[in-house]
Design a protein around this ligand. Structure first.
Ligand code: AMP
Ligand code: GLY
Length: 430
């Protein structure tokens, strides 16, 4: 039986990911009323936004009730880890995203590592520490480079990949003694370094059922050629052809299926996104980490490639009816260039007025991330990652040239972007 689709949707979050989700909801044949909280400058042009922060669980539940929302799609990890979905379900409002028990798979790297090791899912060996001395002693038994991670959520900043022992030791001290990561750094993992190319695998999970969304690759470093500090993500493309059909089959068999089964076997009724960070090592694909929400900027390239209505897909997952939806994907390529503010991920200005070009047609999207509307109704910068310029085209080369030509038509004083998004895959074509 097909499930009647929701007539009203609240999207929680304020990034490029949420703008892409809102855009897809507006295109749904179900024609739902779409709202967002808190949204951003671009989302506010498309739908009504409410200034409720993502960590205000009672405020979000009250908003959903007041607006008679039939379905909530939760974007970021923080509300998931605070139990937003549990609270919505208690209030009788269906939601997409795991409950607090499932969100631990992102909120605690130690919890996930223990699960991966228990179920023999390929991942780097690791040990856990709360004290400096045994952590330093363990480091001396490992080889460079060293990987030191804070256990909890640290907004993408809780990982040190240290080329030398001295840097690894400094990382340990910073996390355990320096209080740099607050409660999230009171426990750490030290794990072996994996070598290879990274890829993002997104699963939409509902209990023991799952579908695999198009593969993608993010660009984490701020500078061209993967140089400079790590960021939230400077661009992405999909599909990532480094994940060949054979590798994808191996990932499904050795990682995706066992992970979904392990989560269910632990008694977690997981309904949401399992985003698996994979390292393609010479010994085969290995898990770097789990996230329990869609990637940003991966969402900006995955959603425009879906031929299936994403509302129907996420609604089916939330209602334990994933088997009723057949996932169909366009045969195109999608690419997203993140336009950032110069200085990101460190200090950067806010409040720069943005001029935007008129979009020429299908396959072009300017997803807003760090933008807001100023007092004089102007769209201005309001974050480190400002816009996600996304194109869909029959070839990756075409997607790249259209995306950069759009980027060049966008103006604001602090504009910065990497110029090599997708270049690695293009180089492989030659
Ligand atoms: P995470 O926050 O766990 O995604 O880690 C951030 C980044 O650190 C990853 O995207 C990888 O580039 C890198 N990283 C994390 N764990 C490892 C590892 N075991 N070996 C090599 N690189 C890693
Ligand atoms: N693109 C990386 C992330 O969403 O965590």
């Amino acid at each position: 039986m097909t499930l009647p689709l929701p007539r009203s949707i609240l999207v929680v979050g304020s990034g490029g990911r949420e703008h892409a989700i809102v855009t897809s909801c507006l295109k749904s044949p179900a024609r739902p009323r779409v709202l967002a909280a808190p949204g951003n400058g671009g989302i506010a042009r498309d739908v009504k936004c409410f200034p409720v922060p993502v960590d205000d669980v009672p405020g979000l539940v009250a908003l959903a009730k007041r607006e008679r929302i039939e379905f909530v799609i939760v974007g970021p990890e923080v509300p998931l880890s605070l139990g937003l979905v549990d609270a919505l379900i208690t209030a009788g409002i269906p939601a997409y995203g795991p409950k607090q028990d499932g969100a631990r798979l992102e909120a605690s790297k130690i919890f996930t590592k223990e699960l991966l090791l228990k179920y023999k899912i390929p991942t780097a060996p690791a040990k856990f520490f709360t004290e400096v001395a045994p952590a330093l002693a363990y480091l001396k038994t490992r080889k460079a480079p060293y990987v030191v991670k804070a256990d909890g959520l640290a907004a993408g900043k809780g990982v040190v990949v240290a080329p030398t022992l001295a840097e690894a030791e400094a990382g340990v001290r910073l996390m355990l003694e320096g209080g740099a990561f607050g409660a999230s750094g009171q426990r750490i993992l030290i794990e072996d370094c994996l070598h290879g190319e990274e890829a993002s695998i997104h699963l939409v999970v509902s209990g023991r059922e799952f579908v695999v969304l198009p593969t993608s690759q993010d660009h984490k470093r701020v500078g061209d050629g993967d140089t400079g500090p790590n960021t939230g993500g400077m661009g992405a493309y999909s599909p990532a052809e480094v994940v060949t059909p054979k590798l994808l089959e191996e990932i499904e068999r050795t990682i995706a299926r066992p992970s979904v089964d392990a989560i269910a076997a632990e008694g977690i009724d997981f309904r949401g996104t399992l985003y698996i960070g994979i390292m393609l090592t010479p010994k085969g694909p290995q898990v770097i980490e789990f996230n329990t929400r869609f990637g940003d900027p991966e969402t900006q390239v995955i959603f425009p490639l879906l031929a299936t209505d994403p509302v129907a897909l996420l609604w089916a997952a939330a209602n334990n009816r994933l088997h009723t939806v057949k996932l169909e994907v366009k045969s195109d390529y999608a690419l997203c260039v993140v336009l950032a503010a110069q200085g990101y991920p460190d200090q950067y200005p806010k409040g720069d007025a943005i001029t935007l070009p008129r979009l020429s047609g299908a396959g072009e999207y300017i997803f807003h991330a760090g933008t807001t509307v100023s007092a004089n109704r102007q769209i201005v910068t309001n974050g480190g990652r400002v816009l996600g310029v996304t194109t869909v085209a029959p070839t990756l080369r075409q997607a790249i040239s259209r995306a950069y030509s759009l980027c060049d038509q966008i103006g604001y004083a602090s504009k910065y972007c990497r110029r090599d998004i997708g270049a690695r895959q293009v180089a492989r074509l030659k």
